[in-house]
Design a protein around this ligand. Structure first.
Ligand SMILES: [Mg+2]
Length: 212
């Protein structure tokens, strides 16, 4: 960051967009994937991600698996709780006029349940029905295009490897939020690692009034 204000203070570059993952990032982790895998009948070895495994099933198997996944997701969304600081961080970014994106592998219906439950609003939402899913960089490119923002000026905030990989491949700055969990082996792939959401404001050099 070399740009400096006329008074000599360092100024971070303009932020194109901030894109958040939902489950585990804005909300407390609410999906028990081991339980979902067991009920669908997916093996743990090799541990193919659930959504990827669905693409390799017959139509009948897939319909059954999607039904199971939908039930778990809906129950979880209805009972979802926000991470500490989620509302404050989002409202601060909004006051700073930063476009806010939501990028999730959850269904759009579950996204709407979670957003309604907590009174959250995003300028662009990309759910799993909308096209390629993380770790593809395509969703970030789609969201940024909608904002007229460059992915390289944008930030991707998530709690899992696929969030980091999607962000990296799109050229975005990546923030891995780990909460109180042990540091994962892939943490060094993220540009930044935080324990709490509010640390994001420091990284973005935005104070709680929304000014930088
Ligand atoms: Mg997540």
């Amino acid at each position: 960051m070399n740009w400096r204000k006329p008074d000599g203070r360092q100024q971070p570059p303009a932020i194109g967009a901030v894109i958040f993952d939902m489950d585990g990032t804005l909300t407390r982790p609410y999906l028990d994937f081991d339980l979902i895998r067991a009920e669908i009948g997916l093996p743990n070895e090799p541990r193919t991600p659930v959504l990827e495994a669905l693409t390799n099933m017959t139509a009948v198997q897939r319909a059954r698996a999607e039904n199971i996944l939908d039930q778990y997701e809906t129950e979880a969304a209805l009972a979802s709780e926000l991470q500490d600081g989620a509302c404050e961080v989002l409202s601060t970014l909004r006051r700073a006029s930063i476009p806010l994106g939501l990028l999730t592998c959850n269904s759009r219906r579950c996204v709407e349940i979670v957003l309604d439950r907590h009174g959250l609003r995003f300028d662009c939402i990309y759910a799993r029905e909308d096209g390629p899913i993380k770790p593809s960089p395509v969703p970030i490119q789609v969201i940024c295009r909608q904002f007229g923002a460059s992915p390289t000026a944008s930030w991707m905030v998530g709690d899992y490897l696929f969030d980091v990989q999607a962000g990296r491949q799109a050229g975005a700055t990546t923030v891995l939020m780990v909460g109180d969990a042990p540091m994962p082996a892939y943490a060094d792939q993220a540009h930044h690692v935080v324990r709490r959401l509010h640390e994001l404001l420091t990284l973005l050099a935005i104070n709680s009034s929304g000014s930088s």
